[in-house]
Design a protein around this ligand. Sequence first.
Ligand code: SF4
Ligand code: SF4
Ligand code: SF4
Length: 422
Amino acid sequence: MVDELKSNIKEGCGLKGRPSGACAGSAKPCCSGTQVVNIPELKTANIIPPATDYQFNLKKLYIEPTNRCNLDCRTCMRNSWDEPMGNMSEDAFRHILDGLKTFSPVPEVFFGGFGEPLFHPRIVEMVSEAKKIGATVKLITNGILLTPVMAQNLLDTGIDLIWISIDGATPESYADIRLGASLPQVIENVTRFNEIILSTSSIACCAFIPKYKTKLGITFVAMKRNIADLPAVLKLGRRLNVERFLVTNILPYTEEMQDEILYANLTDSYGHPSLTLPRIDPNFLSLDALYREVDTVNWLDSLPQDNLNHCPFIDNDCGAISWDGGFSPCLALLHTNGTYVRDIKHVSKRWTIGRIQDQSLPKLWFAPEHLAFRDRVKKFDFAPCTNCGSCDLFEYNEEDCYGNAFPVCGGCLWAQGIVRCP
Ligand code: SF4
Ligand code: SF4
Ligand code: SF4
């Protein structure tokens, strides 16, 4: 099947006025032979692999129910936006469900994106309908709208996992980041949530049998101003019966937020010798020795190599659909957004394959331009902009000095293991 798909993809880019094959013989061919030249010529309807062809299937779909929110967090990507706001229509969601059903197995559904999923007036129905088609369903929320009524309704859907964003351990440090929110309110909501699970459980043969099997997770966006709170947030999470934690760095969407990053040395590693570490016990002895060298080495080589120049969305066969129905390969390309890396504003322009209202999910997933892009990202022959940032090309994700064309991923912090999503 891949051969059949590739036979439709011609060598040489022909983009931006470059003649096809102009890069041949150069040290860095501009397109690795994977650019699509004439997409309209392709008869995509004839090259969709069977839904049982699991190797090439969509395995997880991020659905953004809304990009509206009840809060105004410092860390929010929407601070750098000039994009329309809205809720996903019933029509768009119906098309998504119809598409999900054609894959086997049904892909995991994750309600998230850039906005508060619980702010969508039909979110409970959406979760319920995704569960009914057999999907594993997860959702992320800031927790403020997870009232006892909402908790009961979500539990009744059979939702598998709810992630709650908690970035501070005290009401003050939490409210300093999540403007408009209250940590006691979130703790109260999660406590009520757990009480519902407890009160509806039964005991048989000394075993605790919960009626609802929904798990809880906490995500923590680490910054200079809150990293000291992390141990207390982990402790709070254990008290709240949380089973998973995920820590990510911030993407600084505003100039002032770049002073908060905890990865400055990782993105400024040129001129420092690289350090390769074996697997090692992280105890006081080892950590103290490493800590003394924290500013003198390039830590990139010490990180698990799986995280470097690997896109978690592409590697895990994910896709993403925004509230208005646009299908993208990842969350980073779902909306045009600007982030600050190495004191430079890097604008990542939106890239969609098409709209779910116009094309089926399998057609979007198996579209030649999407498959060609996934191939490029897997090879990751992009210029190392995250560690360079020395030319104007870095200001946009449109092209790089290796000759790659839009969208390029060399400036993406997700692909360097710095930013992570549940
Ligand atoms: S809760 Fe999420 S979407 Fe809402 S403002 Fe905060 S970061 Fe943005
Ligand atoms: S495109 Fe520019 S910023 Fe990126 S690696 Fe090349 S020279 Fe550096
Ligand atoms: S590397 Fe970044 S921009 Fe490229 S596909 Fe992955 S998340 Fe998207």
